[in-house]
Design a protein around this ligand. Structure first.
Ligand SMILES: Nc1nc2c(ncn2[C@@H]2O[C@H](COP(=O)(O)OP(=O)(O)OP(=O)(O)O)[C@@H](O)[C@H]2O)c(=O)[nH]1
Ligand SMILES: [Mg+2]
Length: 202
């Protein structure tokens, strides 16, 4: 079988996963016991691996508790402990996200952080879950942004609502909501132009 598009996504994430695991393992090997330096290094790896400050803070709290309660006795116990905690967190998030009809996910963020790519992943995930998804090309600012999203929409097999470059993003979202209601869609995922907090006009 050809090395398909989803294999490439899986492969891409695999590299991130492997480097995270490798970095944790190298700290585990580097320290004979759990001390403050070990915990500091571990925290740094989590933050630089993009686990995010909230998740990192939660995991560090859990790990410290694990150490105090004697569940974690040496550095080798840390990785399995983290795996369990992370699995729990992911399972907890399996809850139904569609509370409104249609539900809207507005994806915002700094330029180039992966908004459009993440929308494709979300659209694929929820389509496979049996949800009816529509995506809205709310990034009318960057040339070719709507084309990029259209390619993803084709690959995933979901309809896209888009206007011309430079159009009012709110009008795109309005049309997407109308389309979602007319087609009885479950989920509208809205792409937006990348923006920095300093660009007031965006
Ligand atoms: N390694 C890796 N690369 C990613 C991931 N998500 C997106 N990318 C890449 O990052 C680059 C930017 O991704 P986009 O999805 O276009 O980012 P964006 O936030 O929509 O960008 P703007 O619309 O320009 O603000 C592309 O080359 C993607 O292939 C990811 O999870 N891992
Ligand atoms: Mg984008």
């Amino acid at each position: 079988m050809a090395f398909g598009f989803f294999d490439r996504i899986k492969d891409g994430l695999e590299k991130t996963r492997k480097s995270f695991v490798k970095n944790v393992e190298s700290i585990v090997i580097g320290y004979a016991q759990i001390d403050d330096d070990f915990l500091d290094d571990l925290e740094a790896v989590m933050l630089t691996s993009d686990l995010g400050p909230k998740t990192t803070e939660y995991l560090m709290k859990e790990i410290r508790r694990g150490v105090t309660e004697g569940v974690i006795n040496n550095t080798g116990d840390v990785m399995p402990f983290m795996e369990d905690r992370i699995t729990e967190m992911l399972v907890d998030q399996e809850d139904e996200i569609i509370l409104h009809h249609p539900e809207v996910i507005l994806v915002v963020g700094v330029n180039g952080v992966g908004k459009t790519t993440t929308i494709a992943k979300l659209a694929n995930y929820y389509t496979k879950e049996g949800k009816k998804v529509i995506i809205a090309a709310g990034d009318t600012f960057r040339a070719a942004a709507a084309d990029q999203l259209s390619i993803w929409a084709d690959r995933v097999g979901v309809p896209i609502v888009k206007h011309k470059e430079g159009a009012d993003p709110a009008a795109v979202v309005y049309d997407a909501m109308e389309a979602a209601k007319a087609r009885n869609a479950d989920l509208v995922i809205v792409d937006t132009a990348g923006r920095l907090h300093t660009k007031v006009n965006l």
